[in-house]
Design a protein around this ligand. Structure first.
Ligand code: TYD
Ligand code: MG
Length: 451
């Protein structure tokens, strides 16, 4: 294969022959940088390969046991614990708490008897030790190393054979066989490849830390996503204490699973009941507020959707949306206008998910519509009511999955009514009074008078 491409997107790794301002693959602007061409491997493929031993699917070998860290929020996201010899990528914005999380995880695994190595390419061992002191982890038998040369790291791992090695971060690692700066697409890709291959061959579980980068100076974690077994993203909003660890890919468990943590002075604390956290400080019934019963992975999470609708002085009124998909919100506004005759023209619309949570389910449509209408009509939705349901373009409401789990969680948190689409499966309504609505017009009529 002839390799001519010498420009690569630092975010997604797409290759180009010439420089361009925008990456067609991931849509990033100014992320394409010149790279040394990738190695094309040995020039002559004269020698014959040897046959590899094949086996069939039925095997007597028992599945290797997963190691539990004792941090439930982490174990769940991993699909029930750490799979031996697996490769995991933990991505996130700089400063979000990746190093803190993984140091705590390594310490927990070490306390469970696993041999753990923590290799930091960003901080000196003394700095990591200081952090461990603050977090009260000094009793855990985690071995630290501060190194960026991958050859030395692999030699060390081969000699030590730990059960788990944390590499913080993949963007600081470099291989001397690659002529490119650390953090470049070719270095990140080659380093990750070496580490993942090592993990499989030697039975060492490896966690790679990857910084999400916006400016395109160094390669982002997406470049290595396809190489690893599990991809976790650590997210959080600025100014909010809670952090979410989200599985976006998992060969050994469900994707979309989340773990919720809170950043405290003593490190990350688990949040076993996130609904209570996101619904905290809701005292008075207020116009513009609707509680959505959502599902994140296998777990129901209740969040408050807040709307503010105000007369606009602008020719094209503002649509400010935080924590929801703005395209989805525009669609809901259009359906409200076209099917229910409720215009939002000339009105600024602000929408927000309380607590800085992100909601991506279409099931949130009804709660969004509820919050918008409640704000526009200045009528509060009963504070003990949850809403969920998908709105179709015709204005009809469509039932969504896991209705029972959503209702159960609402009931557990003290809600007593729910508004859901008709034909929802509500057998296990968990003692809630459930109102079923066929379409948005009925919803508007019943909740807000004629509208
Ligand atoms: P860090 O784990 O270094 O982030 P990353 O590795 O993702 O870049 O976390 C950095 C932030 O976390 C820093 O702003 C301070 C905060 N922090 C706390 O609030 N409490 C703590 O106990 C620790 C260790 C960090
Ligand atoms: Mg760090």
């Amino acid at each position: 294969m002839k390799q001519t491409a010498s420009f690569t997107c630092t975010v997604c790794g797409a290759a180009y022959r010439k420089w361009a301002g925008k990456c067609d693959a991931c849509g990033g602007w100014n992320t394409i940088a010149e790279e040394a061409p990738l190695s094309t491997g040995p020039k002559s493929l004269g020698a014959k390969g040897r046959p590899i031993p094949l086996s069939d699917l039925a095997t007597e070998e028992a599945a290797p046991p997963r190691a539990s860290s004792g941090i439930d929020e982490l174990d769940r996201v991993l699909g029930g614990g750490l799979v031996p010899a697996s490769a995991i990528l933990v991505g996130g914005d700089p400063g979000i708490g990746k190093s803190t999380l993984l140091l705590q995880a390594a310490a927990s695994f070490a306390r469970k008897g696993l041999k753990c190595l923590y290799i930091s390419g960003e901080e000196a061992s003394a700095q990591v030790r200081m952090r461990a002191q603050r977090l009260g982890l000094t009793d855990a038998a985690v071995q630290l190393g501060a190194e960026t040369n991958l050859r030395d790291i692999l030699t060390t791992l081969d000699a030590e054979r730990p059960a788990l090695a944390v590499i913080d971060s993949i963007q600081t690692m470099w291989l001397d066989s690659i002529e490119a700066a650390p953090g470049s697409v070719s270095q990140v890709r080659a380093s990750a490849h070496e580490l993942v291959t090592f993990a499989k061959r030697r039975g060492v579980a490896i966690i790679l830390v990857g910084h999400v980068t916006k400016d395109g100076q160094i390669a982002g974690p997406r470049v290595v996503e396809h190489m690893v077994d599990t991809v976790l993203y650590f997210e959080g909003e600025r100014g909010h204490q809670f952090r979410i660890l989200r599985a976006v890919k998992n060969r050994f468990g469900p994707a979309d699973e989340i773990g919720v943590f809170e950043m405290t002075g003593g490190g990350l604390a688990e949040v076993p009941n996130p609904s209570a956290l996101f619904l905290a400080n809701r005292d008075q019934p207020a116009p513009g507020s609707a509680v959505f019963s959502g599902i994140e992975g296998t777990r129901p999470v209740l969040t408050e959707i807040q709307a503010l609708v105000a007369p606009s002085t602008l020719a094209s009124p503002r649509r400010t949306v935080v924590g929801l998909d703005s395209g989805r919100v525009s669609t809901i506004l259009a359906v409200l206008e076209a099917r229910c005759g409720i215009p939002f023209a000339g009105l600024d619309v602000f929408l927000n998910v309380a607590g800085g949570f992100r909601v991506s389910e279409p099931a949130a449509d009804l709660a969004v519509a509820g919050a918008l209408l409640s704000a526009r009509e200045d009528v509060a939705i009963p504070p003990d009511m949850v809403l969920f349901g998908e709105i179709s373009l015709s204005g009809a409401l469509r039932p969504v999955g896991q209705t029972e789990n959503r209702l159960k969680e609402a009931s557990k948190l003290g809600f007593s009514q729910a508004t859901v689409p008709s034909h929802s499966k509500i057998e296990g309504a968990a003692g809630l009074m459930v109102r079923q609505m066929p379409d948005l017009t009925t919803f508007v009529g019943e909740m807000f008078g004629a509208g």
